[in-house]
Design a protein around this ligand. Structure first.
Ligand SMILES: Cc1cc2nc3c(=O)[nH]c(=O)nc-3n(C[C@H](O)[C@H](O)[C@H](O)COP(=O)(O)OP(=O)(O)OC[C@H]3O[C@@H](n4cnc5c(N)ncnc54)[C@H](O)[C@@H]3O)c2cc1C
Length: 401
């Protein structure tokens, strides 16, 4: 007997789990495949989940620390502090607990999960997709109307069906430490060519420990390893007191794919989350945008599944719904490039001098949202005369990208 499901979802990360639950909620049967023997491992994340995404999933029990503010450090150690202790901006979570709970929610709504199991081949037929899977009990052939790839940055589904590549893939490297001397409820962001060329490093409080990380792009690394950037951060003379008592308890490294792929949906196949290149170019966050993508597409896909019309034409029409997300990513990337990635350290110091002025810090506090920096970017370009000179290219980027 060949088992038949409305959908097979490859990858039981947070997006695969959430997608499976949403498909169940719409009355569809789901088989969820996970190549590892447990959920939430290996861990490759700073674990920040914004309030909107947390509300979507309702997993407050996974929160380690609520974060209301940020200290942003210039390459020479100038500091600009933003935030309001009364307004939580983001939460750091235990990803293991978070991912497991998301997947448990899908199992509770009827998803069948197979651990230590992955697809080895798949073919698109007239009425279904046939998938051969390999697991602890051997091989099996299963069929579905819709095959979903929520299988992360190196997506097998994306490669198998030649659906393109994310516009850019950053490299994230992180260590978890005890003994970091940060400020309660605040994260730290560090900038500078020597520690995170074109991007930033971070220190995120996570209860007993702190996650120290750095991210950048391979073409900006100039032959230096991520580990070396991290060592430089910890040994930086301007910042050293914060790191003096740090003791490492774990380390992780992982890709951050950003920029939706050329063909996120095709006949009977759709990509979600990291597999589709959904991460934000400004923060690397992929959980919130992945949930949004699911919320946007599942109602439309649900109709198509019910009618068993998942033709190339229909899927192409549905994927046009992602155009706005794609445009938004492009604008954010252009803004990030103009204000950060394409700045040298001297230009960044100039920017920090302006940010440090009380009236500009007030502006940042009122309009600043790292999740959506465009309103603040536009406001600063309009109201801060120095930024007109510094960020002429940002204006162009926002207007034309
Ligand atoms: C250093 C770093 C820090 C980050 N910090 C944040 C942050 O603070 N906040 C945030 O929102 N995002 C962050 N991200 C991004 C975030 O981790 C991802 O966007 C998020 O995990 C994407 O979820 P996903 O379900 O799409 O993919 P994943 O979490 O990668 O899950 C994919 C799942 O698919 C499984 N899988 C893969 N291939 C197969 C296969 N062939 N068969 C079966 N199963 C398979 C994997 O084992 C995995 O369980 C960070 C990333 C990095 C690298």
């Amino acid at each position: 007997m060949i088992r038949f499901f409305d959908s097979i979802v490859v990858g039981a990360g947070p997006i695969g789990g959430y997608l499976s639950k949403k498909l169940n909620d719409n009355g569809h049967s789901v088989l969820l495949l996970e190549e590892h023997d447990e959920i939430g491992r290996p861990f490759q994340c700073a674990g920040l989940v914004n309030p909107a995404a947390m509300e979507t999933i309702g997993l407050e029990s996974s929160i380690l620390t609520s974060i209301w503010g940020a200290n942003i450090h210039s390459p020479n150690g100038k500091r600009v502090s933003i935030g309001d202790p009364k307004v939580p901006r983001t939460f750091s979570v235990c990803r293991k607990i978070f991912d497991e709970a998301v997947v448990m929610q899908s199992i509770a709504t009827g998803t069948e999960i197979m651990l230590s199991t992955k697809p080895v081949s798949a073919s698109i037929e007239n009425e279904y997709v046939e998938v051969n899977i390999d697991g602890p009990n051997g091989s099996e052939t299963v069929r579905c109307k819709l095959l979903c790839g929520a299988d992360g940055a190196h997506s097998w589904v994306r490669r198998k069906f030649r659906m393109g590549n994310p516009t850019e893939t950053m490299i994230g490297f992180q260590i978890e430490v005890t003994g970091y001397s940060g400020d309660d409820g605040m994260l730290d962001m560090y900038t500078g060519e020597s520690i995170a060329p074109g991007f930033f490093s971070w220190a995120i409080p996570t209860g007993e420990t702190t996650r120290l990380g750095t991210w950048t792009k391979a073409n900006l690394m100039g032959g230096t390893s991520s580990e070396e950037f991290m060592s430089r951060l910890i040994e930086d003379k301007n910042l050293n007191s914060r790191f003096a008592d740090c003791s490492e308890v774990a380390r992780f490294c992982g890709p951050v794919p950003s920029g939706i792929v050329r063909r996120p949906m095709r006949e009977r196949v759709a990509l979600f989350g990291d597999a589709a290149g959904i991460c934000k170019p400004t923060t690397g966050g992929g959980i919130g945008p992945g949930f949004k993508q699911v919320d946007m597409l599942v109602p439309l896909l649900s109709n198509a599944i019910s009618e068993n019309d998942l033709s190339e034409v229909r899927m192409k029409a549905l994927s046009s719904k992602l155009k706005q997300m794609k445009r938004d990513q492009r604008k954010k990337r252009a803004l990030r490039d103009a204000f950060l990635t394409e700045m040298n350290d001297a230009e960044l110091e100039d920017i920090f001098s302006v940010w440090a002025r009380p009236e500009v810090t007030d502006l940042i506090n009122e309009f600043g949202d790292i999740e959506n920096p465009i309103p603040l970017g536009v406001k600063m370009l309009r109201e801060v005369p120095e930024f007109r000179r510094l960020a002429g290219r940002a204006a162009k980027a926002i207007l034309w990208s």
